[in-house]
Design a protein around this ligand. Structure first.
Ligand code: OSB
Ligand code: MG
Length: 370
């Protein structure tokens, strides 16, 4: 296909409650939405999961926008006739920028699959029509507030709880939630907040029958994670450190991780995500689908991925209402702790243009090959 036009749009959505992690607190989500129009007039949508500031990953919205405009889009235009499966190769000369690359590839994929009349879930190899929902719970202002928030998610039907932790907010909150919900699948995420010397402290988490501890150390500290994994009975799971199939292979081989959080934006797209999934499935390594506070556009595509057979743990695939009062698509609603996997062609959802226009802060268009 040939791309006639690209639209890069920044939108601003308030969160239903502040989301606090070890890298900061957010009370709204700025999102970069990518739209492509093919020369046949077919539209493809995608969400770039970069955040406003480079605090989770080195990518951030303004940077991703500039990378797309200055480098990635001109390279795709130069290639001329493209399909989703060729985009990664076309963009390979430009280093990093996985989130920017993923968004462009996904927009192409959406348009391509709409043309083919196939859902993303089918294309990726899904074998489920609904997926169990987990929820990521931020660092709370107090234990009481945490209990109230977690209880509301348990009551809503969530099947797995993930607690964000950091030094000073770890053993006691986890103990409290474990005592209150002895059988709930529970895991923790530190977003790199600890250092190598914290192994004996973190060992205390082994008492709480956690599914895993996610990214306790620096993203580059593969050796530190491998050492921690020998100290703890709780499985170590990498998030930030995994930016490609190659890095997943290395981290597994080095025993720095025994579970993988697959976040499509972080690894450069859904096609790379499927490669990581396939590699892990062959070796019986459990994987789950991470989240980046996506709107319905990104959430829809994540659900398609989470429906693949190797996604044996519930992901951070929560309902739209977990983060947003109003989503930019028809909201994803939980039924009995599950979300339905979209089955219409492409990612299966489109934005509500009136609402999206009302929260748009800037739009830029780039011409394609005509
Ligand atoms: O580390 O998984 C993370 C949100 C933003 C950046 C990083 C992370 C998260 C989450 C929320 O934990 C996941 C979600 O429910 O979208
Ligand atoms: Mg994480």
């Amino acid at each position: 296909m040939k791309i006639a036009e690209y639209e890069l749009r920044r939108i601003h959505l308030p969160l239903v409650r502040p989301f606090r992690t070890s890298f900061g607190s957010q009370s709204d989500r700025e999102v970069l939405i990518v739209k492509i129009t093919t020369d046949d007039g077919v539209i493809g949508w995608a969400e770039c999961v970069a955040m406003s500031a480079p605090v989770y990953s080195p990518e951030y919205i303004s940077g991703a926008l500039e990378t797309m405009r200055e480098f990635l889009i001109p390279a795709i235009n130069k290639a001329g006739d493209v399909e989703a499966a060729t985009i990664a190769q076309v963009l390979k000369p430009f280093l990093g920028a996985q989130m920017a690359k993923a968004a462009l590839e996904t927009a192409v994929l959406d348009a391509q699959l709409k043309t083919a009349g196939m859902s993303l879930a089918n294309y990726l190899g899904a074998n489920k029509t609904k997926v169990p929902c987990g929820v990521s719970v931020g660092i709370a202002p107090s234990i009481e507030a945490l209990v109230e928030e977690v209880t509301s998610y348990v009551d809503a039907g969530y099947k797995r709880i993930k607690l964000k932790i950091e030094p000073g907010w770890d053993i006691e909150p986890v103990r409290t939630i474990r005592e209150l919900f002895p059988h709930m699948p529970l895991q923790v995420d530190a977003n790199q907040a600890y250092s190598r010397g914290d192994g004996h402290h973190l060992q205390q988490l082994d008492d709480f029958d956690l599914l895993l501890i996610e990214q306790p150390l620096d993203e580059h500290d593969i050796l530190g994670h491998a050492q921690l994994a020998t100290l703890m009975s709780t499985p170590v799971c990498l998030d930030e450190s995994i930016t490609s199939l190659r890095s997943a292979e290395d981290a597994l081989e080095l025993k720095a991780t025994s579970v993988i959080n697959i976040k499509p934006g972080r690894v450069g797209g859904y096609l790379e995500s499927v490669k990581i999934h396939n590699y892990c499935l062959e070796r019986s390594i459990p994987v789950w689908c991470g989240g980046m506070l996506e709107t319905g556009i990104g959430r829809a595509a994540n659900l398609a991925l989470a429906a693949l057979p190797g996604f044996t743990l519930p992901g951070d695939t929560s309902a739209s209402s977990r983060f947003f009062k109003q989503d930019i698509t028809v909201p994803f609603e939980m039924n009995d702790g599950y979300l339905d996997v979209p089955n219409s062609p492409g990612i299966g959802v489109v934005p509500d243009m009136d609402f999206m226009n009302s929260i748009t802060t800037s739009i830029e268009t780039c011409v394609g090959t005509s």
